[in-house]
Design a protein around this ligand. Structure first.
Ligand code: NAD
Length: 293
């Protein structure tokens, strides 16, 4: 297929490379020229604007930082003015569900097919082509997007209508943040009260305190060798990215008049953690709020 790919950052670059590996023809655009060169060296062609990147392709994929970037790239003299009607549009950025629905509505009005398809799996999943895609949009558009997304991911899940991919993404990450904070709090307290953290984690993980943050990604250093906690919280999923998702989810809850008491507390705790200078560390480093070293 002829694919236009816009946004070649930490996630977009390896995703675009996987499309090239599957022998798709790629045209790329990013506001940072060096990021385009990394892809043109591998056989992609480059363009000078989002609207040009969307011309004469079957599919446009975007992987952008946040909602204002998505609005601007699609609506302001961008993808919707460059692409031919009928082009399939796939936005993989994590943004708020309202923006996703607004952009999809405008796209539909101009006879485009559009899905929102945010991902989980991080840069490791993007490199390995094992991302999970949470897809919102018509079933027929989902079916068209699926074979392309399968070049970059392993689990491709239809979540319902436009914006529902974003709903799944931000609600899952809210649960993850709350669970991580609970694990950090319990682990730090058990250690302070004199327990060996590894022994305590073993008990929690065979008892009712068990969760993904305790048995797979434990925030206490030395408990799980492969976890970011055991390598100074490097790599993994950055605290600032978690803060971004928590901010999206609390704003969405506000507009839906739906209480998210623990989600709001989690957003504030990650905000504090970020303002303490730890935004670049993996999100399990939130345990630094509870223990000094
Ligand atoms: P990034 O900042 O590394 O990449 C975004 C790219 O978009 C940059 O290269 C930037 O130059 C480009 N860009 C910005 N405005 C543009 C414009 N107007 N036109 C063209 N290009 C433009 O971000 P990332 O880490 O690749 O994340 C992308 C999205 O994926 C975000 O929404 C993020 O929340 C989400 N996400 C990231 C991860 C992760 O681990 N990094 C995991 C899951 C989801």
């Amino acid at each position: 297929m002829n694919i236009g790919f816009i946004g070649l950052g930490h996630m977009g670059n390896p995703m675009a490379r996987n499309l090239l590996k599957h022998r798709h023809t790629l045209k790329v655009f990013d506001v940072m020229p060096d990021l385009m060169k990394a892809l043109t060296d591998l056989g992609a062609s480059h363009t000078t604007s989002a609207s040009k990147c969307a011309e004469d392709v079957d599919v446009v994929i975007t992987m952008l930082p946040s909602s204002p970037h998505v609005r601007s790239v699609y609506l302001r003299d961008g993808v919707l003015s460059g692409a031919a009607a009928g082009t399939l549009l796939i936005d993989c950025s994590t943004i708020d569900p309202h923006t996703a629905r607004d952009v999809a509505f405008e796209a539909l009005a101009k006879k485009f097919n559009m899905v929102d398809a945010p991902v989980s799996g991080g840069t490791g999943g993007a490199e390995a082509g094992t991302l999970t895609f949470m897809v919102g949009g018509d079933m027929a558009d989902f079916e068209k997007a699926k074979p392309i997304l399968e070049c970059m991911g392993k689990n491709i899940v239809h979540c319902g209508g436009a914006g529902n991919g974003q709903v799944a993404k931000i609600c899952n990450n809210m649960m993850l943040a709350i669970e991580m904070i609970a694990t950090a709090e319990g682990m730090a307290l058990a250690a302070k009260l004199g327990m060996d953290p590894k022994v305590f984690a073993g008990i929690a993980n065979t008892s009712s305190g068990r969760c993904w943050s305790s048995d797979t990604y434990n925030p206490f250093p030395g408990v799980i060798d492969s976890a970011p906690a055991s390598r100074g919280y490097s790599g993994g999923f950055g605290s600032d990215l978690m803060l971004k998702d928590l901010t999206l989810v609390t704003e969405a809850a506000k507009s839906a008049k739906q209480p998210v008491m623990l989600g709001a507390a989690a957003q504030q705790l990650y905000q504090l953690h970020s303002s303490n200078g730890h935004g670049g560390l993996d999100f399990s480093s939130i345990i630094k709020l509870y223990k000094k070293d």
